[in-house]
Design a protein around this ligand. Structure first.
Ligand SMILES: Nc1ncnc2c1ncn2[C@@H]1O[C@H](COP(=O)(O)OP(=O)(O)OP(=O)(O)O)[C@@H](O)[C@H]1O
Length: 239
């Protein structure tokens, strides 16, 4: 991993009520799949929102491919779309994805989008209205949607929450199919076994700070599982 795709420098976020959600995050990530883990309230969602340019930090900076995150076109995927509330519920899946493609200036489905759609097992859903999708179906359609336009950065906030094992397997296949040189996929999750299967790099947060940022193989050489590493680094406060 070459550490220059996404760089966070001394990020602080203090909310209006005084909550310090990020307390000096320094992080440099390259391409590949990065797992973002940490206890409830550690700051994962806040960090993803800042990385996406959705939330301005109180201080510090985020550079994506050397440019400010605010200016960069980023795909904010899956869990970042709150309960699908902003999706046009009456649209059928194919019409929704076609519309996004047209908006991105590439009306035809690319070979890689087709491969990802097949990996996600959503090919049969094209005629269904978005409102009729189950949670697991919706998450997979949202991932396909987030990848339209071929973004170099994909940020996924707890995409596997609430998914059954079949939907989780399909989502995993989609993420693995989406991996390509030059693309960074950051996935926050409490499903540590699942992350262990796909992530080559792990970032552990604790109380608004990054307490570990290592290759999965390095971390797993220290602990027997990602859960053991998590408990040793981020979990001690709860022991
Ligand atoms: N809009 C807000 N106003 C005030 N405090 C906030 C706001 N959003 C988040 N926080 C606080 O910031 C801290 C970090 O929250 P965040 O949602 O980033 O954590 P998280 O690691 O994603 O947690 P979880 O695993 O539970 O989703 C928490 O203390 C949370 O209560």
């Amino acid at each position: 991993m070459i550490h220059d795709q996404l760089v966070c420098q001394d990020l602080h976020v203090v909310f209006a009520d005084g909550t310090a959600a990020l307390r000096g995050v320094d992080l440099a990530l390259g391409d590949g799949i990065v797992g973002l883990v940490g206890a409830n309230g550690a700051g994962k969602t806040t960090l993803l929102r800042v990385m996406a340019g959705m939330l301005a930090p109180s201080s510090g900076s985020v550079l994506v491919g050397g440019r400010s995150a605010i200016a960069h076109r980023v795909a904010v995927g899956v869990g970042s779309i709150p309960d699908g509330a902003r999706l046009p519920q009456y649209l059928r899946v194919d019409a929704f994805l076609d519309g996004l493609r047209r908006a991105a200036g590439s009306p035809a489905e690319t070979a890689s989008e087709g491969e990802i759609r097949r990996a996600l097992c959503i090919s049969d859903l094209g005629e269904r209205p978005l409102a009729a999708l189950s949670l697991g179906q919706r998450r997979r359609v949202e991932l396909a949607a987030a990848l339209i336009g071929d973004p170099d950065l994909l940020l996924l906030d707890e995409p596997t929450n609430g998914l059954d094992p079949l939907a989780m397997t399909a989502l995993r296949s989609g993420l693995l199919a989406a991996r390509r040189p030059g693309r960074l996929i950051v996935v926050s999750s409490h499903h540590l076994d699942e992350l262990q299967r796909i992530a080559e790099w792990i970032v552990v947060m604790h109380e608004g700070r990054v307490v570990a940022s290592e290759s999965a193989s390095t971390l797993l050489a220290i602990g027997s599982s990602l859960e053991a590493v998590f408990l040793a680094t981020a979990g001690h406060a709860h022991a």
